[in-house]
Design a protein around this ligand. Structure first.
Ligand SMILES: *[C@@H]1O[C@H](CO)[C@@H](O)[C@H](O)[C@H]1NC(C)=O
Ligand SMILES: *[C@@H]1O[C@H](CO)[C@@H](O)[C@H](O)[C@H]1NC(C)=O
Ligand SMILES: *[C@@H]1O[C@H](CO)[C@@H](O)[C@H](O)[C@H]1NC(C)=O
Ligand SMILES: [Zn+2]
Length: 519
C-alpha cells in the first residue's frame, strides 16, 4: 500500500508564550531534553531563536581587522573535538525512534542539531544576526524491498531513493521501448498486474517511474544497459503516478522474458515534512558584498553523520566563533543547510528564493561537506570560469594555493552536483569548496576514502583529526581572505545572471542531486 503524502502544518511561531525558560547547555543534552517529543523540540528551536540574550559586548571598534594567519591560529583541535562530541550526543536523541543515532531530517537528532547551532550562535549575538528558514522537504524511507523472479528471491536489487511502496505479486512484465522516456514507449502496456522493465538513459529515473505508472504498471524495474552495477539513484519528487521502483542488474534484466513472473514488495513511504536552514550573518561588514559559506546540518538515516557533514557543521561553528574576534570589511554569511541528503533541498530552496537584489549581493558561495574522512585526500572542486559563474576558478585557486603553501597534496574532483553549491551555481553565483572524500578511492593508496560513508559507523571514530584541523584552517583562510578584501575577486555578472536564471534552472548541467544520481 502506498502511504499518502502528509503535509505537516506550518509551525505556529505566533503561538509562542512570553514566559519561556531556556535550557542551559547542560540541560540541553539531559534526560529532560531527551524526553521531549518532536513537536516540543521544534518549539524549542523556535524559542531559542526568539529569546534575547544579554552579556558583555566586546566593542567592535576595538577588534583588529581580520587576518588569515591570526584567524587560522585560533582554530584548535580541542574546539573541534568538543563540538563533534556534542553532535554525536545529539544524534543519540534519535535512539528511541530509530534504534540508532541519526541526524536525518525530521528526527530529534536533526532538530537537536538545529537547536545546538542556534544555541552556539546565540552566544555570539553581539556579532551575528541569525535566522531560520523553514521549507518543505521530502522525507522518504525504504524499510525493506525485495524482488522474486519465478518464485526465487533476487539477491541484487536496490530500491530507488524516494520510491513509494509496492505490493505486487505474480505480475507479468512489460518491456518499455527505447529508454521509457516517451508515452509511446509504453504502447501495449495494459493496466493490470504488470511490472514495467525500463532501461536507464535520456531522462530522469523519476520520469520513467511516473510514466510507467501512468500507463498502468504497478511497479517498475530499471537497469543500466551500459553497466552491471546497481544505481544509487533517486526518483526525486513523486507525481500522482509514480510507482514503487527497484534498480536491477543488467544480467538479471537480460534474463527476463515475457513469460517471467515477478513479485515486487517494497515497504516504503514518501512524505513531506518541514525542516529548517539556519543562516547567520555578521552584523558588521559590507552587506552588499557578502561572502557566504555553508555546511549541511542533516545526516542520512543510517547513522549519526559525524563526518558527513557533522565535520562541516563543526568547522563552520568553530570558524564563526573565532571570526567574532575580528573586524571584517565584507559581511560573512554562514549557513547550515537542512535536507542536503534528500537532494540538496535546503540550499536549493535558499538560493532559489533569493530576490534578484539579494542574489546580486552574494559575491561567492563556498561549500564545506565532509572535512575529515578517515582515509582522506585533500579534494578541491574543479570549478572553472568557463563552465561555472566567473569567480569559481578564483575560489578553486585559493584552496590550491593554500595547500601548496602548506606543502599538502591536493586533487581536483568533479564539480558535478554532489553537494550544496548547485543552487548557487545555477543562480549565477560563483562557487567552490573542498572535501576529504566519500565512497570513492583515495588516489594515492587506492582504498576507500570514507568506509563509513552514509553508514552507522560514521561516528566519532570516523574522523581524521589532522585533516579536520587542516581543512578547518583552510575554511578560516577562505573566510579571512574574502571578508578582508574582494577587490581582486571578479565582480558579479548580475545582468546576465538575472536573465539566465530560469534558463539555467530548466537545464541543470549536473548529473547528481547530492549523493544520488538523477538519471
Ligand atoms: C576528544 O575529547 C575526548 C574527551 O575529552 C578525549 O577522550 C579524546 O581523546 C579527544 N580527542 C581528540 C582528538 O582530541
Ligand atoms: C520480502 O522479504 C520479507 C522478509 O525479508 C519476506 O517476509 C517477504 O515474503 C519477501 N517478499 C517477497 C515478495 O519475496
Ligand atoms: C577541470 O576542469 C577543466 C575544465 O573545466 C578540465 O579541462 C579539466 O580536465 C578538469 N580537471 C580534472 C582533474 O578533472
Ligand atoms: Zn554530505
Amino acid at each position: 500500500m502506498r502511504l499518502p503524502f502528509v503535509t505537516l502544518t506550518l509551525l505556529a511561531t505566533s503561538l509562542l508564550s512570553n514566559a519561556l525558560v531556556l535550557p542551559s547547555p547542560e540541560q540541553f543534552l539531559s534526560q529532560q531534553f531527551l524526553a521531549l517529543n518532536k513537536e516540543d523540540l521544534k518549539e524549542q528551536v523556535i524559542q531559542l531563536n526568539a529569546i534575547e540574550t544579554t552579556g558583555s559586548l566586546p566593542a567592535y571598534e576595538d577588534l583588529p581587522l581580520v587576518d588569515t594567519d591570526d584567524l587560522q591560529n585560533l582554530i584548535t583541535l580541542e574546539d573541534l573535538n568538543s563540538t563533534a562530541i556534542d553532535l554525536y550526543h545529539i544524534a543519540e536523541l534519535s535512539l528511541g525512534e530509530y534504534g540508532h543515532p541519526t541526524r536525518v531530517i525530521g528526527s530529534k537528532g536533526h532538530w537537536g542539531t538545529i537547536g545546538y547551532v542556534l544555541k552556539q550562535l546565540k552566544k555570539l549575538k553581539h556579532y551575528y544576526t541569525f535566522e531560520t528558514q523553514e521549507f518543505k522537504a521530502l522525507d522518504g524511507r525504504v524499510l525493506s524491498s525485495n524482488l522474486t523472479l519465478n518464485g526465487e528471491p533476487v539477491e541484487k536489487v536496490k530500491a530507488f531513493q524516494l520510491t513509494p511502496g509496492a505490493h505486487v505479486y505474480g505480475a507479468n512484465l512489460f518491456f518499455a521501448a527505447n529508454k521509457g522516456c516517451d508515452e509511446s514507449d509504453y504502447e501495449g502496456l495494459s493496466a493490470g498486474n504488470t511490472v514495467a522493465v525500463i532501461q536507464r538513459g535520456i531522462c530522469p529515473f523519476g520520469d520513467k517511474s511516473s510514466l510507467a505508472g501512468k500507463f498502468g504498471a504497478r511497479a517498475a524495474l530499471i537497469y543500466d544497459p551500459l553497466s552491471e552495477d546497481l544505481m544509487p539513484g533517486t526518483l526525486g519528487e513523486p507525481t500522482d503516478t509514480t510507482v514503487g521502483t527497484l534498480g536491477i542488474t543488467r544480467s538479471l534484466a537480460e534474463s527476463l522474458t515475457e513469460e517471467s513472473i515477478v513479485d515486487v514488495e517494497i515497504n516504503a513511504f514518501v512524505r513531506y515534512i518541514t525542516t529548517k536552514n539556519v543562516i547567520a550573518e555578521t552584523i558588521h561588514g559590507d552587506h552588499d558584498n557578502v561572502v557566504s559559506l555553508g555546511a549541511h546540518s542533516d545526516s542520512v538515516e543510517a547513522g549519526p553523520g559525524i563526518n558527513d557533514d557533522g565535520s562541516g557543521t563543526v568547522s563552520l561553528l568553530t570558524v564563526a566563533k573565532q571570526l567574532s574576534k575580528f573586524k571584517v570589511n565584507n559581511a560573512v554569511r554562514f549557513a547550515w543547510w537542512a535536507a542536503e541528503e534528500e537532494g540538496l533541498l535546503g540550499s536549493n530552496y535558499y538560493a532559489n528564493s533569493l530576490s534578484p537584489e539579494e542574489n546580486a549581493k552574494v559575491r561567492l558561495f563556498m561549500d564545506y561537506d565532509m572535512m575529515a574522512s578517515p582515509n582522506y585526500e585533500y579534494q578541491v572542486y574543479n570549478g572553472s570560469n568557463i563552465d561555472n559563474p566567473k569567480g569559481s576558478e578564483e575560489i578553486k585557486n585559493l584552496y590550491i594555493d593554500w595547500y601548496n603553501k602548506n606543502e599538502l597534496p591536493w586533487v581536483l574532483i568533479p564539480f558535478d552536483g554532489r553537494s550544496d553549491y548547485v543552487g548557487f551555481i545555477e543562480n549565477g553565483i560563483p562557487g567552490g569548496g573542498i572535501a576529504a572524500g566519500a565512497e570513492g578511492l583515495n588516489s594515492q593508496n587506492g582504498e576507500v576514502l570514507d568506509e563509513c560513508y552514509h553508514q552507522l559507523c560514521d561516528d566519532l571514530d570516523n574522523l581524521a583529526w589532522d585533516a579536520f584541523l587542516v581543512n578547518t584552517k583552510l575554511i578560516a583562510h577562505s573566510v579571512a581572505t574574502y571578508s578582508k578584501d574582494l577587490s581582486s575577486f571578479p565582480e558579479r555578472e548580475v545582468e546576465s545572471k538575472v536573465n539566465d536564471v530560469s534558463e539555467n534552472k530548466k537545464q541543470s548541467k549536473f548529473l547528481y542531486r547530492g549523493s544520488h544520481l538523477i538519471m
